[in-house]
Design a binder for this molecule. Sequence first.
Ligand code: 5GP
Length: 197
Amino acid sequence: MKMLEDRIRKDGIVREGNVLKVDSFINHQMDIPLFREMAKEWKRLFDGKPINKVLTIEASGIGIAAVVASEFNVPVVFAKKSMSINLDYDNYETKIQSFTHKKIYNVIVSKKFLAPEDHVLIIDDFLANGCALLGLLELTEKAGATVEGIGIAVEKGFQQGGDLIRSKGIQLESLAIVESMDSATGEIVFRDQPQQS
Ligand code: 5GP
């Protein structure tokens, strides 16, 4: 999506360790008009799919997912992270290794909010090694829900997550795919995606 790529080029900061900072418009301050355009693009890309719920993970996915849920006119559920073992059996539970914080979190979704009749669109801000998405897929599998697709704002195409998810046959729509980035020069190269606006 050209609008997102242009914004990343303008305001994204490439850090050492393969980290792209987008604090000024996604991860700390949030640009809601931009999120609205991203949501419209996902609505077009997932057109015709019977999506009745958006699923994301706290914290940084919530803002984007909320705007997407508004565009699709469906509820949004966010998986919750906790450092302690949760003994409440009314939850689906998994473990996720965080890319940015290098910690392992227990992640839960209440059984009340994810069920076999749900057709889910998973939304997140970044895709790196795919741990967050694999965890969300496991939660939907435990619930017996159907994953209709995955929408990612920024995929780092040089890390393994994208290939891992696509090899499962899931429709994955990343609105910007970073092919390479250089923390010394700040240069960012995007993958060409002809089907996108
Ligand atoms: P994964 O689980 O795919 O390895 O990493 C995805 C999660 O890590 C995302 O939810 C995001 O919060 C965080 N993340 C991964 N790479 C980056 C990055 O380059 N920049 C930022 N801001 N977050 C990242």
